[in-house]
Design a protein around this ligand. Structure first.
Ligand SMILES: [Zn+2]
Ligand SMILES: [Zn+2]
Length: 445
């Protein structure tokens, strides 16, 4: 078992993400751009590297700008797992909104189409001696201001005036305009003409608080707990009437019904409204932790009409015991015949992506062992086929024919030939070898 590398070297630089555990946590978009820059490659080349490495999961030849990689959908899952696999940095899904995927509907998180930023945040990055980076909060369309600097986020370069200059380019250095190359950093200055609404500031703070908490979340955030919290709100503030609750936040009663009786999950915008109208924070609401919540106005009710607000039992996400998974993965490492990461994931009833995100090192060890095994297995097939190929080449030369795949297929048994990958390359090697030995014999005679 000496072949098992203790910690296989990562393929890409193991950059440490900025701001983990704070409201200023870095976004995966930023991490991806910084990684490309640190390898001096374009974002396209880096996305192809990831696509190639993960060919079972990511389709090659696609535009990464289109994929909301810091969002909440499958693409965020795949990209964070892919980057964790290649950089050896575990848990890169915490640079996305994925920790909230149970309580924000798939289409319920609006991601800004054009990259917005706070120039004062960039200025502060430079002042503190770190690389400028994009905050995850900036990806949310709910966030329009920087709560730290109290100024509006922008998409424009103050030098060339171009729009969408944050990262929409082949080469991106976060913090510099992708159009004219001038720094986007600018110390905060008083802008009397740009008023900031208290509501905007409130929303930015709510998202910030949410993101600050997601690093420390251990258990999956559960939809059932979330809906139980909403039930409590409906009970205490709307006498159990979901219609009154729906009216209050300006949505159809059927929408509320769909959450409780169907598979519907509120959008982030609606959760914001619920929080704002009922005196909870967004984080309290989404985590269902209303223990500190004081209803803004207590209304005693005698009869609870809860029939419409009792959630239908919903499949809770499986609690995963990662210590146990680690143990299992370690036993897989000792199997006499190595298995692939995909196979390991299948046996554990998990996804390879989860393994890369939560059990990074052992998973990469499995991956390395499998690659080495495949290489060896391929080598042994070539060794077995080699004498047949030599004979076939010599025969073809003697007959004055060219060595083509077709001629070889006609001369070598299929069971010998079919396991050989890259047959044409192998044939080139065989011929080069024969030529060398031929020349040697000539010089000796
Ligand atoms: Zn700022
Ligand atoms: Zn510019």
């Amino acid at each position: 078992m000496s072949q098992i590398q203790r910690n296989p070297r990562s393929t890409l630089h193991a950059l440490i993400p900025y701001g983990k555990g704070t409201s200023e946590v870095e976004s995966l978009v930023s991490y991806f751009c910084r990684l490309a820059a640190s390898h001096s490659v374009s974002t396209l080349v880096l996305s192809r590297t990831i696509a190639e490495h993960f060919e079972q999961i990511v389709a090659a030849g696609f535009d990464w700008h289109e994929r909301q990689i810091a969002g909440i959908r499958e693409s965020a899952f795949t990209w964070s797992a892919g980057l964790s696999a290649l950089t050896s940095v575990q848990g890169l899904d915490r640079l996305t909104f994925l920790p909230w995927r149970e309580v924000i509907s798939q289409n319920g998180l609006s991601i800004v189409k054009r990259g917005q930023f706070c120039s004062a945040c960039f200025a502060e990055d430079i002042e503190c001696g770190r690389q400028p980076y994009f905050r995850l909060a900036w990806e949310s369309a709910e966030v329009s201001v920087c709560s730290k600097h109290g100024q509006r986020l922008t998409r424009h370069c103050q030098h060339c005036g171009k729009d969408n200059v944050r990262h929409a380019a082949a080469f991106v250095v976060p913090g510099w305009c992708t159009h004219c190359g001038v720094p986007l950093a600018k110390a905060k200055e008083y802008q009397a003409d740009v008023a900031i609404e208290p509501d905007e500031l409130w929303r930015a703070r709510q998202v910030g608080e949410l993101l600050a908490s997601q690093e420390s979340i251990t258990a999956e955030v559960s939809r059932n707990t979330y809906l139980a919290g909403i039930t409590r709100i409906i009970t205490e503030l709307h006498k159990g009437h979901s219609a009154s609750f729906a009216r209050r936040i300006g949505i159809a009663k059927s929408t509320v019904h769909h959450w409780f009786k169907g598979d519907g999950t509120p959008t982030l915008a609606i959760s914001m409204k619920i929080a704002a109208h009922h005196g909870t924070s967004l984080k309290q609401l989404l985590t269902g932790d209303l223990s500190d919540w004081q209803p803004p106005m207590i209304q005693k009710q005698l009869v609870l009409q809860l029939s419409s607000a009792v959630p239908k039992p919903h499949k809770t996400p499986r609690e995963i015991d990662w210590l146990e998974i680690e143990k299992q993965l370690s036993t897989f490492l000792l199997l006499p015949t190595p298995i692939s990461v995909l196979e390991a994931a299948r046996r554990l009833d998990l996804e390879a992506r989860q393994l890369y995100l939560r059990a990074n090192k052992t998973t990469r060890q499995l991956g390395e062992r499998w690659k080495t095994y495949l290489k060896r297995r391929q080598e042994s097939k070539v060794i077995a086929a080699w004498p047949y190929l030599e004979v076939a080449c010599l025969d073809l030369w003697a007959e004055g024919k060219a060595v083509t795949r077709r001629e070889i297929v006609a001369r070598v048994p299929e069971e010998i030939l079919s396991p050989v990958a890259n047959l044409l390359n192998v044939l080139k090697e065989v011929q080069a070898h024969l030529q060398r030995t031929g020349e040697n014999e000539n010089t000796h005679t």
